[in-house]
Design a protein around this ligand. Structure first.
Ligand code: SAM
Length: 290
């Protein structure tokens, strides 16, 4: 087994020896704290029957730990310069595969079929590049990949928005989108001091556990998300005012009547509505022909 990568000394040694320079544009902040790795890996509930997709392995700090816990690990790294470093750090680990590529462009369904046909479940575990956190997570969720958990380190504010409940300033269309597919919990907060180089923001580890079916049952998912987007479009406007943009000004009266019938007060703001209420609203609008 290669020396532990996630220490300040070892990380500096590896990057100096390989002449590696960090690219801020790729969100390269490498973890140097073993306790945070322990918290991430524990949250992922791994064992030797499980597979893991890691996105952005960097120099392998987390990958190394994942290989000791999971039966199969596939790590997708965009930066070609990191591939030889990963090969060195992971040498001799038969059940790890490093893929050079952009996770946003990869055919993940195909990758899952190729890599994870013989495991009992797959989770995504990663310290994500912050500049593409939301597109990566939405890709994982919208493609309906057969995932158990997604345990990721992301910017603290984004984690808070994803896990937020109705009524607060953090609750928005991102909260609804993520909670439609997953149960959410914040695993831990992470200071910026445990990375090389240190990012300008604090981080958090969030755990998303995939639901067996979406949180609400709607006939038309696209319409559900359109209504959610519209309801949060202008946060200071009432729900009825925001929805008028969708249904048209001439139907404002009918909209108010429908909202009353659905037991949703038109003067409420979008940020107070639960997922269940957004679902009821979608079905109500659909059934009245909007
Ligand atoms: N996992 C390592 C760690 O914890 O120390 C590195 C994490 S670093 C925050 C993010 C990593 O994602 C970098 O290695 C970066 O090169 C890689 N990356 C950035 N964009 C990517 C993309 N679109 N697809 C795959 N990897 C990407």
């Amino acid at each position: 087994m290669y020396d532990i990568v996630a220490t300040p000394k070892r990380t500096k040694e590896i990057i100096t020896r390989h002449g590696f320079s960090f690219k801020k544009s790729l969100g390269q902040n490498f973890l140097i704290d073993g306790n945070i790795l322990t918290a991430i890996v524990a949250a992922a509930e791994l064992d030797k029957t499980k597979g893991v997709l890691e996105i952005g392995p960097g120099i392998g700090a987390l990958t190394q730990r994942l290989t000791t816990e999971a039966g199969k690990v596939t790590a997708v790294e965009l930066d070609q310069r990191l591939i030889p470093i990963l090969q060195e750090v992971l040498e001799g680990e038969e059940h790890v595969r490093v893929v050079h590529g952009d996770v946003l462009k990869l055919d993940l369904k195909e990758l899952f079929e190729q890599q994870f046909s013989d495991v009992s479940g797959v989770s995504v575990v990663a310290n994500l590049p912050y500049y593409v956190t939301t597109p990566i997570l939405m890709k994982l969720l919208e493609e309906r990949l057969p995932l158990e958990h997604i345990v990721v380190m992301i910017q603290k504010e984004v984690a808070q928005r994803m896990a937020a409940k109705p009524g607060g300033k953090d609750y928005g269309s991102l909260s609804v989108a993520v909670q439609y597919y997953c149960e959410t919990s914040i695993v831990c907060h992470v200071p910026h001091t445990v990375f090389i180089p240190q990012p300008n923001v604090d981080s958090a580890v969030i755990k998303l556990s995939l639901r067996s079916k979406p949180a609400v049952d709607v006939q038309d998912e696209r319409m559900f998300f359109r209504i959610v987007q519209a309801s949060f479009a202008q946060r200071r406007k009432t729900l009825a005012n925001n929805l008028t943009v969708v249904v048209g000004k001439d139907r404002r009266e009918a909209l108010n009547e429908l909202l009353h019938r659905l037991d949703i007060e038109p003067s409420r703001r979008g940020e107070t509505l639960s997922l269940e209420e957004f679902g009821r609203l979608t079905e109500g609008l659909q059934n009245t022909g909007w």
